[in-house]
Each structure stands twice: as C-alpha cells, then as structure tokens.
Design a protein around this ligand. Structure first.
Ligand code: AMP
Length: 258
C-alpha cells in the first residue's frame, strides 16, 4: 500500500500515519522528520535546510525529492509506505509520479485531512505542551508566529495538490476536525472500500476473459487428431458441435494404431 497524507501542519497526519504503519506494517516517510534528522546530524542537506525550516518556509524541491527517492529504495519501504508531508508542491507531486513510474510502483490514493486554522493553532500548542511534558526539545517551528508562515506556505503551495490528485481521481477528503478515532475509522472505511472495489474489478475482468474451450477452438493448430489428449480434456465442457468433431476424429486415430 502506498498512500499520501495531505493536510496543513497540525492536521493530525503524523498521528494517523503512525496508526496505519502499525495496522498495515508499512513505513511512514515524513519529510519533516527526515529533514530534522539531517539538520541534527549537520549533513549537507541539513545545513541547507535548517534556516529555511526555522523560518517556516519550504525547503527547495530538488533537496526533498532527492531524499524521498533514496528513502523509498530502502528495503523496509518495499512493502509499502505513507508519505507524510510530501509532496508539498505540484512540482514535487510531478516528480513523485515520475519516480513511482520509473520504479514500476503505483499510488493507492491521497487522503486529505481538512482542518480549520483556529484548531490548528490549538493543536500545535498542545503538541508543544506534550513535547515539554515528555522532556523532549520543542521544534523550532512549533510556535504561533511560524505556524502562520507555515500555513501561508501550505495554502499557496500545497493546497493546490488537492485539485491535482482530484483530477486524477485519487483524492479522498476527510473532516480532520473529528476525533482521532473517528478520523481513523473514516480512513479505514476508505481503504476497505477501495480494496473491495479492486477485488470486484478483478473478478469482473476475469469474467470477461474467454473460457478455455473458446481458446482451444480459436487455435488453428489444435485438432482432435493431432492433439488427442488436450482435445479430450477440452471436450468435457465444449458444445455438442465440438464433441461431434472430436468423435469423428477419434476412430481415425484408433484405426491408425492398429
Ligand atoms: P513538517 O514536519 O512536515 O511540518 O515539516 C517541517 C518543515 O520541514 C516544513 O515547514 C518545511 O520547512 C520542511 N519540509 C518538510 N517537508 C517538506 C517538503 N515536502 N517540501 C519542502 N519542505 C518541506
């Protein structure tokens, strides 16, 4: 399963991604987490990204696309992944499309969590309190001032992705203001409905396949005399006409043996 979680900062993408990871045994690929790890480790990407992230702006597309391309090649991503925080711009989405196509991978869908700005501020404040309570360092961009900039960046650069995926018939939008459990249930329902639709499509495609006897009939080389065994096998389910043809051929073969 390969999914994208779309939504503004604080929409609950990380929480839902974590639940899906546990449920479906796939990995969460959060570009925010990857970039923070790069900043912490002072890698060349981290050094380039640090100030941009602290300002609440978006890191250049080529840097992010590069780290995602490397990450989805890792063995633990083979079973599937949830992209959280990526793509964030239309060029990133186009780069992802190309990347997946080159790797022969499909995208199952994009889940958009819609949340009002007022609630986002409350959630970010709660996240800060919870982080402090756990004794962990607070993210430099988790404050009201930077949230405003991150939201501006979201509406200008990321929100157009909803239209991009909607047009491709890949978008499911959900009310991200419902409780964590309700959002989780809605996501599960979407994924179950999608799986059921896929199974139904597979069954319908199989039903449209020509039956074996028809294939045997279509083969010009296959005659009862030259292919006695397969013809006998096929005769079990073929029409009366075909049965007659096989019966006509059978005596010839017996007389040949004598
Ligand atoms: P997040 O944890 O997803 O809220 O990301 C935190 C910050 O990392 C963002 O405000 C951006 O500066 C940067 N970032 C994360 N993902 C991306 C991305 N796909 N494109 C550009 N910048 C990103």
């Amino acid at each position: 399963m390969r999914l994208i979680l779309l939504g503004p900062p604080g929409a609950g993408k990380g929480t839902q991604a974590q639940r899906l990871v546990n449920k479906h045994k796939i990995v969460q690929l959060s570009t925010g987490d990857m970039l923070r790890a790069a900043v912490k480790a002072a890698t060349p990407i981290g050094l380039k990204a640090k100030d941009i992230m602290d300002r609440g702006e978006l890191v250049p597309d080529d840097l992010v696309v590069g780290i995602v391309a490397d990450r989805i090649d890792q063995p633990d991503a083979k079973k599937g992944f949830i992209l959280d925080g990526f793509p964030r711009t239309v060029p990133q989405a186009e780069a992802l499309d190309r990347m997946l196509k080159e790797k022969g991978l499909g995208l199952h869908g994009v889940i958009e969590l819609k949340v009002d700005d007022g609630m986002l501020l409350d959630r970010i404040e709660k996240r800060v309190k919870d982080t402090v309570a756990r004794g962990e360092p607070v993210r430099a961009d988790d404050n009201a001032e930077t949230l405003k900039k991150r939201l501006t960046a979201y509406y200008a650069q990321t929100a157009p992705l909803a239209a991009y995926y909607k047009q491709k018939g890949r978008l499911w939008s959900l009310d991200g203001m419902a409780s964590i459990e309700e959002v989780a249930r809605s996501i599960d329902r979407i994924l179950e409905a999608r799986t059921a639709a896929k199974v139904a499509r597979g069954a319908a495609a199989q039903a449209r396949q020509p039956s074996r006897p028809a294939q045997a009939k279509a083969s010009p080389k296959r005659t009862a005399a030259s292919k006695a065994k397969p013809a006998k096998k096929a005769v079990k389910s073929v029409t009366a006409k075909r049965k007659k043809a096989v019966r006509r051929a059978a005596p010839k073969k017996r007389s040949g043996r004598r």
